[in-house]
Write a protein that binds this ligand. Structure first.
Ligand SMILES: *Cc1c(COP(=O)(O)O)cnc(C)c1O
Length: 389
């Protein structure tokens, strides 16, 4: 936190009453987006803000991105699209998760653009537009190797030949393996998409998610679609993360107690204390997205991966003892000097000292899941250099 930063908004739980707090650095978020935009050039850069901007809040994230020059947003659901429009009325908003006819009036009224991903959706969209003199724009999703959403490549080629005045405004595909730089599927997907684009001449296309932007084959499209890297997550596994951390998650110490050598701690008595142990009991648990799989012991993951998660306080990493529970998690603070931690202090769960991705790995998962699981019991502080958003 630099001095010029101003505390612009606090939401979520009352800080006096909450167990955890999140500090969300919107300057870092904007810097990350600008870095991604730079790397994406000459393509334009959108922002993926599905799942309430990966748990950080559409109403806080979208306005600062808009101010930084982002004009295009992707969401999973039309409901989320409305929330983007509420704070950025002129934004172009693409809805990824399919199209159902009953939602048409909302797309029409609120100027949302569906990403159509099957022949059935295309037919439905076409029929609903039939009565209109001016057809509403849509994007087309083609599946080049993920087997999730999208027309098959052959369906898309056939469609390109048949469509005339009902062409998409954007052609997209999604990469399955871009986070593993060497995976051969990415190459096949890039090649397949490249060929497909020839059938849709004059139509903009989009392929790169966060890892795609860092991929060696990253080129030849007009719009990139980063999500996780903007929020500080690692875009590519096994390579130093070039992004700035955006979220700091901290939990409040409720009490500090000493367990004696030979005793156990927590549910299942899975943590056996091998020395007299000072334990910080913190007000965070799996109900706050601090996953039970990060437990120090007593969960299946610890039979394959030895170390559980850890916290950070007074310049030191402190391991989780025993099982993470719904509302409480215990950390071994024996390595701290007496007085370096007391009830009421905060322990960092992830942030600038423990990376989001390291915290996720300790729980056997990915940063995306930690962010989108945060929930609403935290007090949230949003930092931004200007007051005005
Ligand atoms: C989620 C998503 C993205 C963003 O992916 P990140 O890995 O978070 O950058 C881009 N495109 C599609 C279709 C998505 O579903």
């Amino acid at each position: 936190m630099t001095a010029k930063m101003q505390h612009i908004a606090t939401t979520g739980a009352d800080p006096r009453l909450a167990g955890g707090r999140l500090t969300i650095d919107l300057d870092a978020l904007v810097a990350n987006w600008l870095l991604l935009a730079e790397r994406s050039k000459p393509a334009r850069t959108a922002a993926v803000v599905k799942a309430d901007a990966y748990g950080l809040g559409i109403i806080h994230v979208v306005p600062v991105l808009w101010k930084a020059g982002c004009r295009t947003f992707f969401v999973a659901l039309a409901e989320e699209g409305l929330r983007v429009k509420a704070v950025a009325p002129d934004a172009q908003v693409f809805v990824l998760n399919g199209f159902f006819a009953e939602a048409f009036p909302v797309y029409e009224q609120s100027n949302l653009t569906p990403v159509l991903g099957s022949l059935q959706e295309l037919a439905s969209w076409k029929a609903l537009n039939a009565g209109r003199t001016e057809k509403l724009p849509y994007a087309l999703h083609v599946d080049t190797g993920m087997n999730r959403l999208g027309l098959t490549v052959n369906e898309a080629i056939r469609f390109a030949g048949e469509s005339k005045d009902d062409k998409p405004i954007l052609l997209i595909t999604h990469l399955a393996t871009a986070d593993e730089q060497k995976h051969e599927l990415s190459q096949r997907q890039f090649e397949s998409f490249q060929k497909l684009r020839e059938h849709f001449s004059g139509i903009e296309s989009s392929i790169a998610n966060s890892p795609g932007i860092f991929h060696s084959l990253n080129a030849g499209y007009e719009l990139s679609r980063p999500g996780v890297a903007m929020y500080g997550g690692e875009p590519v596994s096994g390579i130093a993360n070039p992004m700035r951390p955006v979220v700091t998650s901290e939990a409040r110490i409720v009490q500090i107690r000493t367990g004696l050598k030979g005793e156990t701690a927590g549910y299942g008595a899975t943590a056996r204390l091998t020395r007299d142990t000072r334990i910080a009991i913190c007000s965070v648990g799996y109900a706050d997205g601090y996953l039970r799989s990060a437990s120090g012991s007593g969960v299946p993951l610890r039979q394959t991966l030895n170390n559980g998660g850890c916290g950070f306080i007074a310049g030191k990493k402190v391991p989780i003892i025993g099982r993470v529970t719904m509302d409480l998690t215990s950390f071994d603070i024996s390595e701290l000097d007496e007085g370096e931690a007391k009830a009421g202090d905060y322990i960092e769960l992830f942030g600038s000292n423990i990376s989001l991705d390291d915290a996720a790995r300790a729980a056997g998962t990915i940063g995306y899941e930690l962010l989108t699981s945060l929930g609403n019991r935290y007090h949230r502080r949003y930092l931004y250099s200007g007051n005005e958003i």
